[in-house]
Design a protein around this ligand. Structure first.
Ligand code: T5A
Length: 258
């Protein structure tokens, strides 16, 4: 069983913080977790990141941005993400293809259809099982990031420097994408305290993990994971491989009595 989870959001939405908390939690439960980020995560990706985020590269064109982010993505998908998923692991990725659609598409106005084509090339069609979108007010997010920068904990990069209207278009883009695919996107109000956000993320991830365990031939897909549905699915799973299913459910603290 593998699971690919990406984290999206505008500046200062708290992705890095929440990924660290989730990663610790899943590792404690015994899952093989790999946390990584875009752009970066590979040697070539890190070099591309330095070019992309260098505050002095003010004349970079949106098309160049889209291609460079995608080049870094091709590397990380092929060298890091796919191999870990193939070993049955969980990948937590700070930003992925939807960042390109939000920033270069909705933010800069590049054609979405073209970006989808470039992204398909870079990812070889690999899509996340779950996209956690942390929705923060643009001004609040930028203030958080600036405070972290002033305290020496974060960089203030070329894209942070964009005007507020750009960041608002990015947020609007994210919300539109999330509304189109509600099964894949988990939208969380990221203006809340850290632990409240983390609890919502864990609930969403648990549901996906349980669904992944149960979505095997002959077993029902638990879908929205209401308690009744979950119980029925667990009972039905008893006719398949009950020991394994229950062991996994217990690890997740998900109620299931048979
Ligand atoms: N980009 C990226 C594109 O344009 N196209 C693409 O295809 C891709 C992949 C990457 C930039 O590249 C752009 C998007 C970005 O602009 P980055 O430095 O990696 O640059 O920036 P981000 O991914 O945006 O990461 P940030 O550092 O801005 O924010 P995070 O990771 O979302 O937030 P985090 O966890 O570091 O938190 C920021 C601060 O807020 C505090 C934290 O303690 C920290 O100080 N905080 C909270 N404070 C109060 N309440 C909460 N709930 C808080 N959560 C966090």
């Amino acid at each position: 069983m593998s699971l690919f989870i990406t984290f999206e959001g505008s500046e200062g939405s708290g992705k890095t913080t929440q990924i660290e908390l989730l990663s610790e939690y899943l590792e404690e439960k015994g899952y093989p977790v790999l946390a990584t980020r875009e752009p970066g995560g590979t040697s070539i990706g890190d070099q591309i990141r330095a070019i992309l985020l260098n505050p002095h590269n003010t004349d970079m064109l949106p098309a160049s941005e889209a291609l460079l982010f995608s080049a870094a993505r091709a590397q990380i998908v092929n060298q890091v993400i796919r191999p870990h998923l193939a070993r049955g692991g969980i990948v937590l990725c700070d930003r992925y293809a939807d960042s390109t659609l939000a920033y270069q598409g909705y933010g800069h106005g590049l054609e979405l259809e073209t970006l989808h084509a470039i992204t398909a090339l870079a990812t070889e069609g690999l899509k996340p099982d779950l996209i956690v979108y942390l929705d923060v007010d643009v001004e609040e997010g930028l203030q958080r990031k600036l405070a972290a920068h002033n305290a020496g904990h974060a960089e203030w990069n070329r894209i942070d420097q964009q005007e507020a209207a750009f960041h608002r278009r990015v947020r609007e883009g994210y919300l539109q994408m999330a509304a189109r695919e509600p099964d894949r996107w988990l939208v969380i109000d990221a203006n809340q305290p850290l632990e409240v956000i983390q609890a919502s993320i864990r609930a969403g991830v648990k549901a996906k993990l349980v669904a992944a365990h149960l979505a095997r031939p002959g077993l029902p897909n638990p879908g929205q994971m209401g308690q009744n549905q979950l119980n029925s699915a667990c009972q039905a799973a008893g006719s398949g491989d009950p020991a394994r299913v229950n062991e996994q459910l217990a690890k997740l603290d998900v109620g299931c009595s048979r």
